[in-house]
Ligand binder design. Structure first.
Ligand code: TYM
Length: 331
């Protein structure tokens, strides 16, 4: 029996190169070794304001992007979170075993709530518990994510260990996190001290997977670099470091190898070559996403099958949790 690997993206906007290099690309590389579940977390997306039509479109597009990136829908379970009600059901139980203190410490909650003014949706606060439910529901062993999700994984493990202590060690599998050695934190092209983010209001800060080659090349050529002109791998040059990281994540090369190719060259060379590399890499993914988006019947078929499979698997764990916490069996 293969171990279970699971991960997800929130379809709150178009996916970025950060999502691709920090998450998707590693799902693809690891998928053969695991029993995989990948889904679009539409219920997470509504923790911030969403246009309903856009959310529907981006939810399909997220799943199309998984397939276009190389996820095999015949081997992996692909689905949409809201199609599997057990996520919300388990989430409620876990909410009763998570504390206000630990949820208040989540960096992402602090960052996102700071942008909400006086009216912070309670969902933004509780959302890491729904993420814990996503993971624990399937007896997940490995969760491949970018650096920014590490804290949520630690919380998931803490809640699981707490409940295992109360209700039996066999209740939840304690999941491990997989953070890729390079590409775990791709930075904004406009402010390389900040993470590249789908929700950044400046469209030049991120490469979206739907961007044309021209757009990609323009954005990377305009990327903010640093003072000086020598291409080196250093925390003092976060803009240059980001471009080198992108190259490493795309090619599998080590930073020293990339840097040695730029001896005697200027930042301009690094920008142009990175831009061309990203554009060439993403062009077939973009074309395949567009093809799949035009074939709604196929996509919805994959999602229907995936949701059925996920519901069956999830119910077994949910039954066990309901029993252990003392709910009467459903007759
Ligand atoms: P989300 O949608 O913000 O991001 C999806 C994945 O992309 C990674 N990522 C990045 N990696 C490198 N550089 C970046 N700039 C960058 N930006 C994003 C994220 O780390 C993540 O792996 N809560 C999650 C989705 C989620 C989930 C889950 C993930 C819900 N349930 C269960 C794993 C397991 C989120 O909002 O990710």
């Amino acid at each position: 029996m293969k171990k279970v690997m699971l991960s997800a993206v929130a379809p709150s906007n178009r996916l970025t190169l950060g999502n691709y290099l920090g998450a998707l690309k590693n799902w693809v590389n690891l998928q053969k070794q695991y029993d995989c579940l990948f889904f679009a977390v539409d219920m997470h997306a509504i923790t911030v304001k969403q246009d309903p039509e856009e959310l529907r479109r981006e939810t399909r597009r997220a799943v199309a992007t998984y397939i276009a990136s190389g996820i095999d829908p015949k081997e992996c379970t692909l689905f949409v979170q809201s199609h599997v009600p057990q996520h919300a059901e388990l989430s409620w139980v876990l909410t009763c075993f998570a504390t206000m203190g630990e949820l208040g410490r989540m960096t992402q909650y602090k960052d996102k709530s700071a942008k909400q003014g006086a009216h912070i949706p309670a969902g933004l606060f509780a959302y890491p518990v729904l993420m814990a439910a996503d993971i624990l529901l399937y007896g997940t062993h490995l969760v491949p994510v970018g650096e920014d999700q590490k804290q949520h994984l630690e919380l998931t493990r803490d809640i699981a260990e707490r409940m295992n202590g109360l209700f039996g060690d066999d209740l939840f599998v304690i999941p491990e996190v997989y953070i890729p050695p390079v590409g775990a934190r791709i930075m904004s092209l406009q402010d390389p001290t900040q993470k590249m983010s789908k929700s950044d209001p400046d469209p030049n800060s991120a490469i979206y997977l739907g961007d044309t080659s021209d757009q990609i090349i323009k954005k990377i050529k305009r990327a903010v670099t640093d003072s000086g002109s020598e291409v080196t791998w250093s925390d003092e040059k976060p803009g240059v470091k980001n471009l080198i990281t992108i190259q490493c994540a795309l090619t599998g090369k080590k930073p020293e190898e990339v840097v040695s190719g730029y001896a005697g060259k200027m930042y301009g060379h690094l920008k142009v070559e990175t831009a061309e590399m990203v554009a060439a890499h993403l062009a077939p993914v973009r074309a395949e996403v567009e093809r799949l988006m035009a074939d709604t019947a196929y996509l919805d078929g994959v999602l229907k099958m995936g949701a059925q499979n996920a519901r069956n698997r999830a119910q077994k764990l949910l039954d066990r949790v309901y029993d252990r916490v003392g709910f009467l069996p459903r007759s």
